[in-house]
Design a binder for this molecule. Sequence first.
Ligand SMILES: N[C@@H](CCC(=O)N[C@@H](CS)C(=O)NCC(=O)O)C(=O)O
Length: 211
Amino acid sequence: MLKIHHLNDSRSQRILWLLEELEMPYEIIHYERHPETRLGQEDLHAVHPLGKSPILEDGDLKLHESGAIVDYLIRSYGKGRLQPKEGTEEFARYTEWMHYAEGSAMLPLLLNLYTTRMGATSDALQARIAGEMKNHFSFVDQQLAGQAFFVGGTLTGADIMMSFPLEAIVGNGLGDAFPNIKAFVAQIHKSPTYLAALEKGGAYVYGPKSA
Ligand SMILES: N[C@@H](CCC(=O)N[C@@H](CS)C(=O)NCC(=O)O)C(=O)O
């Protein structure tokens, strides 16, 4: 059976959502963040040298990195669902969003999180971070105008990958500045598979209550 090493309040939640969508049986191994540092603890480092979640185990294969995990699960078990047909322009757009989620959208969010903890010493960086937040999330908001999903009018891995940065935007109180992002997050928070994953995953700060 597939195993997912799942840290509470984390990106890993979207892998559980994908597994629910795929109707795959899976085992969740739960990890808790350190109560003060909010980092992963020794038990997570024991699973993989990076000490990050998610980690997927499928037989002898152990995979880290959410995008790679989503891609692997959809190609292996999707039976053609949750991704556009390979070789099409829509597939290229799908790949673009799959990479964009961790490769670009998360960077301003993480910089914002870390510099907020630094207080006044980060003042010199704040304008640049605010500029990049606006740059990226205005773009995403515009791309979602008039459409419920990122690509092809139906749920794909791209929506699942993008759900985490967009939940973080809404959870950080920025939803009103980006109404299409807010609507996207509200919509996924009603999905039965999303809600089933939430129930299994445990504590998740960006779930429906904070939206
Ligand atoms: N780009 C990686 C990021 C993995 C990552 O940083 N995961 C966070 C959870 S949101 C984590 O494990 N943090 C614990 C730590 O850094 O100690 C992915 O998408 O898998």
